[in-house]
Design a protein around this ligand. Structure first.
Ligand code: SIN
Length: 324
């Protein structure tokens, strides 16, 4: 039987409402041992060993848990007995963890992140189906080399593409620029097309103290004061969640140009759900970078890793974004 390591971080997949029809619930309540007992009855074709990394609502996910999680994934991947890793995670920040791990882990063995939209004691709990599907993906030799994958519902997404697009309902995730890259059930798995990542070592060294990068959100009436309020003395970079194709009002633009001239990299992303943000002719003069297909929260992670590696030149940062 394939041996998989399950690393648990909490979220709704481990959440409890106390009633099958309750509106409110607490994320991160069930421990990994109890969870593995719960899935034990599913007859999954894998031997699972679990480790609790955290048991939190993923709104609280951040550098401390990321450090512990990254160490645990590396240990599991180094174990010749372990064929792959499944990470259980809250859905709210799942895409950030998946993308961070994708950039900082080698791609030789499958690493699959999975969550659920309904707590474990709710009617229609999706966590068992999602978990069984994640085990199916992590057990598949063809999943290796594709980078970190996310399984939600019957779909497999690449970490680079996946995003949470709905606050409720079990079909809450989509992919951009590619939709799902595979369809899975506990008994079957179909891959669509070639992976965007094809094997290879980690793109970035792990950094346990990521530089501070702020996301500033543009809106009608957003101005220079709105930028300045958010940029502190420890800020090392700025991502703008711009309107439309990464645009912003003139007053805010002038303030951001001033920050770029001070040496703070400024990345233009979009607050729209989907769409590319391409370079504009003025970006070179302004010292701005275009986020391309990355949404603001993923652009922030890529910028943090670049800054941690000492890359601050806008042209070099742009090259890294163009390669994603
Ligand atoms: C969380 O992100 O931890 C809560 C929400 C969820 O898992 O769906």
């Amino acid at each position: 039987m394939t041996k998989l390591t399950v690393l648990a971080t909490g979220g709704t997949i481990a959440g409890i409402a106390g009633s099958a029809i309750a509106k409110d619930y607490r994320a991160g309540e069930i421990g990994i041992e109890d969870y593995l007992e719960k899935v034990g009855g599913l007859g999954l074709e894998a031997e699972l060993s679990g480790r609790q990394i955290a048991n939190i609502d993923s709104a609280d996910m951040g550098p401390e848990v990321w450090n512990a999680l990254h160490t645990a994934v590396c240990e599991a991947l180094d174990d010749p007995e372990c064929a792959g890793v499944v990470i259980t995670h809250g859905t709210d920040t799942l895409e950030e963890t998946a993308f961070l791990l994708d950039l900082t882990l080698p791609a030789e063995k499958p690493v699959v992140v999975v969550g659920a939209m309904r707590p474990a004691d709710a009617v229609g709990y999706d966590g068992l189906r999602n978990f069984a599907n994640a085990v199916r993906v992590a057990s598949d030799p063809d999943a290796a080399g594709r980078g970190v994958l996310v399984v939600m519902g019957d779909r497999v997404f690449a970490a680079r593409d996946v995003r949470k697009v709905r606050t409720r309902g079990t079909e809450a995730f989509r992919g951009f620029p590619r939709e799902s890259i595979g369809l899975v059930t506990p008994a079957s798995l179909e891959w669509f097309g070639a992976p965007w990542r094809q094997g290879g070592p980690a793109s970035f060294d792990w950094c346990d103290k990521l530089p501070e990068v702020v996301i500033v959100y543009a809106y009608a009436g957003f101005d220079a004061a709105g930028v300045e309020r958010q940029v502190g003395e420890n800020t090392r970079g700025i991502v703008v969640a711009g309107v439309g194709e990464g645009n912003m009002p003139e007053s805010a633009r002038a303030a951001l140009v001033a920050q770029a001239k001070r040496g703070l990299p400024v990345v233009r992303a979009s607050r729209a759900d989907e769409g590319l943000v391409d370079r504009e002719p003025e970006d070179t003069e302004n010292g701005f970078v275009a986020a391309r297909a990355l949404n603001p929260q993923k652009a922030r992670i890529l910028l943090q890793l670049l800054l941690a590696g000492g890359i601050t030149d806008p042209a070099a940062i742009q090259k890294a974004f163009d390669g994603r």
